[in-house]
Ligand binder design. Structure first.
Ligand code: FES
Length: 133
């Protein structure tokens, strides 16, 4: 089991490890930022899991038009469906397109015992814990 994240909030189970295939479909989830719900996602690349806010660094749009489709066809880069910004899957850095040099907002994702977790870190909290908090 991963350690707790922000304010001792437990790591949040996202999916089983096999649900995330290298360069394949990502898993979407929701985080709370200042009592606003924001979309986020996790993908696997080069064997490791990575997670980001689902918000392009160019214009704050979600990257995937088709749910969970974050990789471009080669499976080497994440791509924004709106204007084609390309991001390195492991760093989140934009390496091509209108926001070159900017980055996606990285979230802490961990894999333990065949399960994938988001470990909440400030300022992001689990959405369901944020109501009235
Ligand atoms: S909104 Fe993502 S590249 Fe423009």
């Amino acid at each position: 089991m991963p350690e707790a994240g922000v304010d001792g909030i437990a790591a949040q189970f996202l999916c089983s490890a096999e649900a995330l295939v290298d360069g394949g479909v990502g898993v979407r989830f929701t985080v709370d930022f200042d009592r606003r719900q924001m979309a986020a996602f996790a993908v696997r690349f080069d064997g490791a899991v990575h997670g980001y806010l689902n918000q392009c660094a160019h214009v704050p749009m979600e990257l995937d038009w088709q749910e969970g489709q974050f990789f471009e066809s080669s499976g080497l880069y994440l791509i924004c469906a709106t204007h084609g910004a390309m991001y390195e899957p492991d760093s989140g850095q934009c390496v091509g397109g209108p926001c070159r040099g900017a980055s996606l907002t990285k979230l802490r994702i961990e894999e333990h015992d065949g399960k994938v977790f988001w470990v909440p870190e400030a300022p992001y909290r689990p959405a369901e814990l944020a109501v009235g908090a």
